[in-house]
Design a protein around this ligand. Sequence first.
Ligand SMILES: [Zn+2]
Length: 290
Amino acid sequence: MKNYSIWVLEYSRVVDYHKSGVVYGAHNEGYIRLPYSYVVIKGNGHNIMVDVGYNHKEYGKVLGERFNVVDWQSPSVVLKEVGLTPEDIDTVIITHAHFDHFGNVEDFPNATFYMQEKELSKFIWAMSLPHQFQFLMSGVDPSDLLRGVQLAKEGRMKLLDGDVEEFLPGIDIFAAFDTHTYGSQFVRVKQGGSEEDSWVLAGDNAYQFENIEGKNQDGVLLPVGLATGSQTEMIFSLDKMLKLVGRDSKRVIPIHEQGITERFPSRTSDKDLFIVEVDLADGEVSKVQK
Ligand SMILES: [Zn+2]
């Protein structure tokens, strides 16, 4: 029995991202297509998102242009492909504070947000440091941090301290401290409560299959190329993800990986963005097959 449907929805992309940003130390290996996506998990009476993308205006637009992001579409356009509106979303798990994951909380008026306390507080600390430390703010929009604090004031941002097993029935959250960011987290969905039939939504500790499966699938874990934490912590968090899905690497989903469109049923919208159907709950209608 499957309780949850899981879709990865592309909402924009970088067409020429340097490979060394994806795999630590991959210098002079050229450029790759890097989709920007978020995840919808639907089931047990909830419409959940893992990350919210960014809003292509103000400093979000500045960052988007700095990273050469193209073909951006709003959540109302993107979610329509799976029959939802932003207002339908009740729960949002933020994997980390980078603008392309945390930069659009304002488009989800009915959601409660969950992120690690360490992620928000350490980036506020990084923001307070003098100019020479501003590398630590790479990919972070200070206004997103302020919006996070405002949501906390309104009771709509719940800050977590470490792992939360059974966050919702069959859904676990795992902290990955000092990895890609200070307080990254990732999500496991256990279909029907089963360990074997689980999925991990990796956040950015895995950008692509190569991080999880190794170069030419040789099984050597590879840390991502952008981090405020350590390569050691990243590699151990990748190993933990694999353990949580019975070491079946195909069950760890990296949302910046174009190849997921071939691993899972998928289609392309009329905006040229992909919809990937990782799994379907019992009784749910496919959103990718006619
Ligand atoms: Zn990131």
